[in-house]
Design a protein around this ligand. Structure first.
Ligand code: SME
Length: 171
């Protein structure tokens, strides 16, 4: 990139638009991604803008079939920024994996969505899932939902790092 192009990019956006895709095992990929996610949010107070970029960065890195946020709005979860096919817009407390993670206020790992009673099938391609609640002041304010087309795709490494990522979100 020459100097003029770099200057123009900075003028247009004021941030590094490019994500450096991390290599290596899953743990290493998360380790390299986390500081980049923090940098993307640095100095940006708008929640929607940050959730949009976090969804995009996670999708660019891991190519999951769906990744995004549902936000607690009164008695429901309402669809927020995401990457992937269109999804259901509202989920009640206790319904599906997302509504259950909200109700229990804990991360839920689902190795096989067909074996999770009440799973909401937004996409017939989804086979496994992890949902991480965002908790602030003891209350769930949102959930991060990640779906995979592969069975048993998520494990405790994903749980640990996705919980670390949601802890950084500026809710
Ligand atoms: N599978 C989710 C619904 C949301 S979509 O997967 C995006 C659930 O059962 O909560």
């Amino acid at each position: 990139m020459n100097h003029a192009t770099e200057g123009r990019r900075l003028y247009l956006c004021g941030m590094a638009e490019d994500l450096i895709i991390a290599e290596g095992g899953k743990e290493e990929q998360y380790r390299q991604l986390l500081p980049q996610l923090k940098a993307l949010m640095d100095g940006e107070p708008d929640l929607v803008a940050n959730l949009a970029n976090i969804s995009a960065a996670l999708h660019q890195q891991f190519r999951w079939s769906w990744v995004g946020f549902y936000l607690v709005r009164d008695a429901e979860l309402v669809l927020g920024p995401f990457q992937g096919p269109v999804a259901c817009t509202r989920i009640r407390k206790g319904r599906g994996v997302c509504g259950s993670a909200w109700e229990r206020a804990e991360t839920i790992l689902v190795p096989d969505v067909e074996r999770f009673p009440g799973h909401i099938a937004c996409s017939s391609l989804s086979r496994s899932e992890i949902v991480v609640p965002v908790i602030r002041g003891g209350e769930v304010v949102a959930v991060l939902d990640v779906d995979s087309e592969h069975l048993d795709h998520f494990d405790d490494i994903d749980r640990k790092w996705l919980e670390a990522i949601v802890a950084e979100l500026p809710f």
